[in-house]
Structure formats: structure tokens, C-alpha cells
Design a protein. Structure first.
Length: 409
């Protein structure tokens, strides 16, 4: 005898029992190895009578179990369990009792519209359970049992679940409040505030540039400016000129100047500060140093290094430096000197050059001369001269002239 019954066991939830629709068992005479379609006219709903005692129970009379292996043909049974979208299924299983070999179970739903054949376990004798929990889906779930030998004794579908918000990605944020319902993102970060979480947003900063090609994925920069060419946009690069000095401390944020030279002390590096290009400074005088004694100088220097002549001569303790080439210059306004702006357009001349030290080529000079107005007693001189081997031979930093004058023109 074959006895199949529908048993759907809902687990009570806080807001009441599960509202799950379960259809009566249906049977199909089959005759082939292909599962009949759900709407095949051969399906017969169980009604009270010889085959079905009631809509949920099928009674089918077969020979004794010892004669099962001699039977041929396949009979199909189906039941449809419709699960609401607000139900999270925790158990969905099919229990089969019988003496039949070769019984198979196939599940049809939105995940498996063509059917998912459950290959494990294998039906033998006694009771066998197919766990379909991983394959069940919201909506219609059609369970089909194929029984090739008519030797089943009992078949039931068991399902348990809980109601409540659906959380597809299991990130503890319900789908109806989740800005990435299919991607786990418990922090719900949404940089551009477009309602789509960063983890599933292809343009996190909403600047019109896809994240895959955006040099700043979390900060809008539609122009994609990248001053140092390091593939990190300026607005999110902490060292825009890639000179090793963080932007927060860099006096030339977009021009590489690792030495941070700021001749006029105004907080703007010489390499990115506007320099007067058509001026010149002339003068001379002396300073007194503790280490090198008296140092005298005379010069005529032009702000444009390509202009001629460029003259500078420095003398101290029987040594002499003579400038041969001005390689870099900066003419600007020192904030420590009034008036603002200077009458000549600048009051500070900074420069670097090469020359001869005591008649030997290869020496270098770094200097800063200021013009603080007449009569020149507040003018200053800073200078460092190195020999061809790089050794400092004279150095002074910002000393007042003891005689002489600097004049910007």
C-alpha cells in the first residue's frame, strides 16, 4: 500500500503563524521517464475515493513489498507549496517511507525553473529524508516525487520558517532598508548619498566617472586632475606633487620641491611663487661672521637668469669666489620688509649659481640678498659657498650689512 500525505509544519513567529499555501497532492500515471509539466491534463487531484481518502492523503494499493521489484512503469506525485516573500524558510524537507529503489525527488521554483533533481540521498528501504532547505525560494515550490515501482508507503513535505523582514545578504539590515540588498554591507556607507551603498555603487562619489576608472572613487573629481601622475587624483592625494612632503605641510602643493625653499618666508615656496622676471638688484657691502671673519661682496644680478651680465664676487680671509653662471633665481616680496608692495616690485633676490673659487672651477653658491630701503643698514645677506668637492667654505645666514647697500631696480 502507498500512503502519501501533505504535512506542512509552520513555526510560530512573533506576529502569528506562517501564512503558507499548500496544494493537495496530485498524481499522474506517468509511463515515461520525463516529468509531466505542472499543467499536464494527466494530473489528478486527490479526492475522496479509492485512491485518495482526502485531499491531503493518497492511498494506493500495490502488491506486497516482496513483489515490488517486479513492477514496471513510473507514477508521479506532486505538491505545490507557496511561500510568501516575507517568510524566511529554515526547514524544507521531504520524508519518504517505503520499500522502493530508485525513487527520485525534483524541485521546481524561481531558482530552478527547469527543475533541480535531488541526487542525494538515495532511496532504499525504510524512511529517507531529502533536505530541500537550500533550494527553496519565495513563491511557488513544486515538489515532484517519481516512484518507479509503486512501493512507497508514506511521503510528506515538512517546512518550517519565520516571518519578518527579508535580509537577502544576511548583513542584519532588512532588504527594504538595505542600500545594497544583495551585497553584505552592515555599515551602509553611501558616500554620495544617492541611496545606493558604496559596495554596490559603480560611481560612489557621483561625479560621472565610473569607479573602475576614477582616480578618486570616494571624492567627486569629474576633471580627474592628477598633478603628479601617480593615478591618484589631486583631491584625494595627500602628496599631490609626489615630492615626499605631505600637502598639509607643503609650501608648493602642486610643484615638486622637496627642499621647501621659501626665500621670502611668506609660506609659499619659491618654486611655485610668482617671481619678477624683468628686474635687477645691484649693490655690495660687508658682513661680520664669527667663524669666517669679515665677508665682502659686490654684485649686479638680473631676475631673468638668461639676461646678461650676471656678476657676483665674494671675498673673505684671502679667499675669492667669482660667479660664472646664475643657474636659478627668484625675485619676490619679503613680508618682513615694507612697504607693500615694494617700489621696485620686489625687495628680495634669491639665487643659485656656479663659479670659480680661488681660480678653481666647480664651486657653487646659494644666496639671498634683501633691500630694506635707504640707507641700507637694514639690508641683509645670506650666503653659502661650496668648493668643487661640496664642502662649505663660507656661510652666513641673514646678517645685516655693516657697510654698503642693496638696491632693487
Amino acid at each position: 500500500m502507498l500512503l502519501m500525505s501533505s504535512v506542512f509544519v509552520p513555526r510560530a513567529a512573533a506576529d502569528g503563524p506562517l501564512d503558507v499555501a499548500v496544494s493537495p497532492w496530485e498524481t499522474h500515471p506517468g509511463g515515461s521517464s520525463d516529468i509531466p509539466p505542472e499543467d499536464d491534463p494527466g494530473w489528478v487531484e486527490c479526492t475522496p475515493g479509492e485512491v485518495c481518502e482526502d485531499p491531503d492523503t493518497i492511498v494506493f494499493y500495490d502488491p506486497s513489498p516482496s513483489e515490488c521489484t517486479d513492477l514496471t512503469g513510473t507514477i508521479y506525485f506532486q505538491q505545490i507549496v507557496t511561500i510568501p516573500s516575507d517568510v524566511t524558510v529554515t526547514t524544507f524537507a521531504l520524508d519518504v517511507q517505503g520499500d522502493g529503489l530508485g525513487v527520485s525527488v525534483t524541485l521546481f521554483n524561481s531558482l530552478y525553473p527547469a527543475g533541480q533533481l535531488e541526487t542525494s540521498p538515495t532511496m532504499e528501504y525504510g524512511t529517507t529524508t531529502w533536505d530541500l532547505s537550500a533550494e527553496v525560494a519565495p513563491g511557488e515550490n513544486r515538489v515532484v516525487v517519481a516512484q518507479p515501482e509503486n512501493c512507497l508507503a508514506f511521503t510528506s513535505v515538512r517546512a518550517e520558517g519565520t516571518t519578518g523582514p527579508i535580509d537577502t545578504d544576511e548583513d542584519t539590515v532588512p532588504d527594504d532598508a538595505d542600500n545594497c540588498p544583495a551585497v553584505a554591507n552592515v555599515d551602509q556607507t553611501d558616500t554620495d548619498g544617492d541611496g545606493l551603498g558604496d559596495l554596490c555603487d559603480t560611481d560612489d562619489d557621483a561625479d560621472g566617472v565610473p569607479d573602475s576608472s576614477d582616480s578618486c572613487t570616494l571624492i567627486p573629481n569629474p576633471g580627474q586632475e592628477d598633478s603628479d601622475g601617480d593615478a591618484l587624483g589631486d583631491v584625494c592625494d595627500t602628496d599631490d606633487d609626489n615630492d615626499g612632503v605631505p600637502d598639509a605641510d607643503d609650501n608648493c602643493q602642486f610643484v615638486a620641491n622637496p627642499g621647501q625653499r621659501d626665500s621670502d618666508g611668506d609660506g609659499i615656496g619659491d618654486d611655485c611663487e610668482l617671481s619678477v622676471s624683468d628686474g635687477r638688484m645691484t649693490g655690495g657691502g660687508r658682513i661680520d661672521t664669527d667663524e669666517f671673519g669679515r665677508v665682502t661682496h659686490g654684485f649686479t644680478l638680473r631676475c631673468d637668469t638668461s639676461d646678461e651680465p650676471q656678476r657676483l664676487e665674494v671675498n673673505w680671509a684671502r679667499h675669492r669666489f667669482h660667479l660664472e653662471a646664475l643657474t636659478w633665481s627668484f625675485c619676490g616680496d619679503s613680508p618682513a620688509i615694507g612697504p607693500e608692495p615694494p617700489a621696485a616690485g620686489f625687495d628680495l633676490f634669491a639665487g643659485q649659481g656656479t663659479g670659480r673659487l680661488d681660480g678653481v672651477d666647480g664651486a657653487t653658491v646659494d644666496f639671498v640678498f634683501t633691500d630694506a630701503g635707504e640707507p641700507g643698514s637694514n639690508d641683509t645677506m645670506a650666503i653659502t659657498i661650496r668648493d668643487a668637492g661640496g664642502q662649505i667654505v663660507v656661510q652666513a645666514s641673514g646678517l645685516l650689512l655693516r657697510g654698503g647697500n642693496h638696491q632693487a631696480h
